[in-house]
Design a protein around this ligand. Structure first.
Ligand code: PMP
Length: 291
């Protein structure tokens, strides 16, 4: 099946979709992005993702050359052009073409790219069994250097941690912040359950404000689960009753081992399973219609 990619107002085939090697997104990771999903003909939390994209762009003083409403329409149009109803959407805004220097003022026009594709997710079996994750020695970026709330094209910090995970044959790595608090994973936020309370690191620890994280906090509160955004250490996490990760691609995925320590009974816990169900129901009910 041929796939159409949106680049700066034009649709080109995937094979012909190219950017300049002088684009600062390529040269320096200077740009922002979003990962979004569509379920059964609806785009889940589209406005929230667009809002985060515009906020990230603002933080790096990057002007997106389209209004939010226009970009929203382009996302839907790209899905329609590719006949996709269940999809992963990658929205990229790069600084654009400049010279070899760092100066972003030499890049007169930001580039907007929309890629839509079939989704590739963890096998269903892992949602039943849970993941065995490790902790990376690479620390999450300190907010005063590069705030993890900015979803920038510079993901080298996360990639370094992912390399550690792969070297240790783990699917994901937990990243700590510089003060030894659990921050997040390379592409997911983290939650744990202790004495029936759901804990997740607060934004101040230095994490991405995950859209799935926000949804899960809301769903848990609807289920009368007490949610606390509080910093916690690895030792506390090792003693958790339940643990799971959240992200647009992974949704809610249970974690049953951390650094070889068995979490709870070594299987997805009650609260985790309930939230997975509630989340899946929600994705099928809510969202911006593609047609
Ligand atoms: N943290 C990081 C570092 C991520 O890259 C992602 C995925 N975008 C997340 C958390 C989860 O965010 P969301 O739920 O918005 O996909």
């Amino acid at each position: 099946m041929s796939l159409w990619v949106y680049i700066d107002g034009r649709y080109v085939l995937k094979e012909e979709a190219k950017i300049s090697i002088f684009d600062h997104g390529f040269l320096y990771g200077d740009g922002v992005f979003e990962g979004i999903r569509a379920y059964g003909g609806r785009v889940f939390k589209l406005s929230e993702h667009l809002q985060r994209l515009y906020n990230s762009a603002k933080a790096i003083a990057l002007k997106i050359p389209l209004k939010e409403e226009e970009l929203k329409e382009k996302v839907l149009e790209t899905l329609r052009k590719n006949n996709l109803t269940d999809a992963y959407i990658r929205l990229i805004v790069s600084r654009g073409e400049g010279d070899l220097g760092l100066d972003p003022h030499k890049c007169p026009r930001a580039s907007v790219i929309i890629i839509t594709d079939k989704i590739k997710i963890y096998p269903e079996e892992l949602y039943k069994k849970g993941l065995a994750v490790i902790t990376a020695s690479t620390r999450r970026n300190i907010p005063s250097a590069l705030d993890p709330q900015i979803k920038s094209l510079n993901y080298l910090n996360n990639i370094l941690a992912k390399i550690e995970a792969k070297l240790r044959e783990a699917p994901e790595a937990i990243m700590l912040n510089k003060d030894d608090y659990v921050a997040e994973c390379t592409g997911d936020n983290i939650f744990m359950v202790k004495e029936k309370i759901l804990f997740t690191p607060p934004l101040g620890v230095g994490i991405l404000k995950g859209i799935t994280r926000d949804v899960v906090i809301e769903l848990a509160r609807e289920e009368n689960v007490l949610v606390k955004e509080e910093p916690f250490t690895l030792a506390t996490l090792y003693g958790a009753e339940e643990c799971f990760l959240t992200g647009t691609a992974a949704e809610i995925i249970p974690v049953t081992r951390v650094d070889g320590r068995v979490i709870g009974r070594g299987e997805p816990g009650i609260i985790t399973k309930k939230l997975i169900k509630r989340f899946r129901d929600l994705t099928l009910r809510e969202g911006v219609p593609i047609y």
